[in-house]
Ligand binder design. Structure first.
Ligand SMILES: [Zn+2]
Length: 117
């Protein structure tokens, strides 16, 4: 193996590890439960409230209150509003971007290796 080959493999490996670490070490709230800002019920954090927490929201709503809140809004307002549900589509596309990177980076590494081989 030539030095370029090893170098390319190491770089590709580092990039993949960096991306994997960034994706899988996403922060979680210290508390597993929260008090609903509407009815005061202590509820368990779910994907929606954790996403809200990551967006520096300080008030969370339990699932029944969240659904009531959704139904109480006009459909037009529901899109792109401040709803924690609205931020979910964004996180999904973010995940898709990471998946694409996972597919592209090793391929790019392979092509680099192939070019030097
Ligand atoms: Zn509630």
């Amino acid at each position: 193996m030539s030095m370029e080959l090893i170098f390319g493999a190491v770089i590709a490996g580092l990039v993949v590890m960096f991306l994997a670490g960034k994706h899988f070490s996403r922060k979680l709230p210290k508390e597993t439960h929260f008090e609903c800002a509407r009815c005061g019920t202590v509820a368990r954090h779910n994907d929606r409230t954790i996403e809200a927490w990551r967006n520096n929201k300080t008030t969370y709503f339990c699932q029944p209150c969240h659904l009531k809140w959704l139904h109480g809004r006009a459909p037009r307002e529901r899109e792109g509003g401040i709803s924690p549900a609205g931020s979910r589509s964004g996180s999904r596309s973010g995940c898709l971007g990471v998946v694409v990177l996972f597919a592209v980076v090793p391929l790019a590494g392979f092509l680099v290796l192939h070019a030097y081989a």
